[in-house]
Design a protein around this ligand. Sequence first.
Ligand SMILES: [Zn+2]
Length: 385
Amino acid sequence: MIIGGRVTAALCPTALARLTEGRRVVLVTGTNGKTTTSYLVAAALRTMAPVAHNDTGANMADGALAAVMHDRHSPLVVLETDELHLSGIAAATRPEIVVALNLSRDQLDRVREVRGTAAALAAVGAEHEGATMVANSDDPLLVWALVGRPGRTIWLAGGGRWAGDAIGCPGCGALLSRSPDGPRWQCSCGLRRPTPDWAIHQGGLLSPHGFRRLRMRLPGRFNATNALAAVAVAAEMGVDVGRAVSAVEQVTEIGGRYRIVTVGRRRVRLLLAKNPAGWAETIPILGPSSAVVVAINAREADGRDVSWLWDVPFEDLRGRYVAAVGDRAADLGVRLSYACVPHETVLDPLTALAGSPEGDVDVVADYTSFRALIRRLDDLPVSPR
Ligand SMILES: [Zn+2]
């Protein structure tokens, strides 16, 4: 399907524009969470009308085109969009809403400095005056990029855990001051966290529509934040908030992520984390006593630079059974050794699973090792639960 998209894009550069004309388009971008959030947005919008969605995670222009070619008639279109392709895809699709989740370091060898990405997002925000931006007020880079833009911006507050790339003010470089008890931040230059329109609050969503309890089946605070974005988008597009909340609550897996499979006497949960920010969100949701298999391939699609492994607090895995697997198991093993985490180093993930203790096992994989593992587990004589 992506190859079809690529060929069509080469033959007709305006195809994406033609195939989205007259359809209501939502773009979802950011370093982490865009796949999950686009699934949740699609789930919430389907309560209103059929949705075309690039649900394979192919998030560049050819993947977007493949999705709208495959489904030419659904009136709503949700496109997960790579940060570096946002400008081109927005120009072609004239989105009604652009969701900007967060900006952090990812794939150092492939992506420009995160500030460059923020500047590109700022340009999209300025050029598409008619588009509503739905953006995270907890991320100073996003605020710097979008505050004061022409057009409507809906600010979200989910409480980001990781601020490693944005300790200095993106506007002037001064140190940001943060409230010790909460998520508010500000700078002496005047840049500050906008008042959020939608926020995670006491186990629910607080918005201009009032308070709604939220009981997600997907784990983790970050998935509640992704749901917050999805419900805000759906409400903005005319979906009843209660229906949108019910729809996102029912989602249990995202293209295989969070899937639970049985391998022998092991209950194996599949998680994906591909950078320090993703790991910061993943460590808190690991099972309390589960073994952890970490899979790192660092192939082209992952980014070949593995230096980010040194920014992950692997020290937090001490006391668990840990296995390092994948093409770069040796690099990961060195990192784990420095973190004083005893571990097995095994190249093959299924061998590692077979050698791990019985009971709960969390597999945390980067993108290509995750895809490969899903395919191989699908081939095993086991049944997903
Ligand atoms: Zn400043």
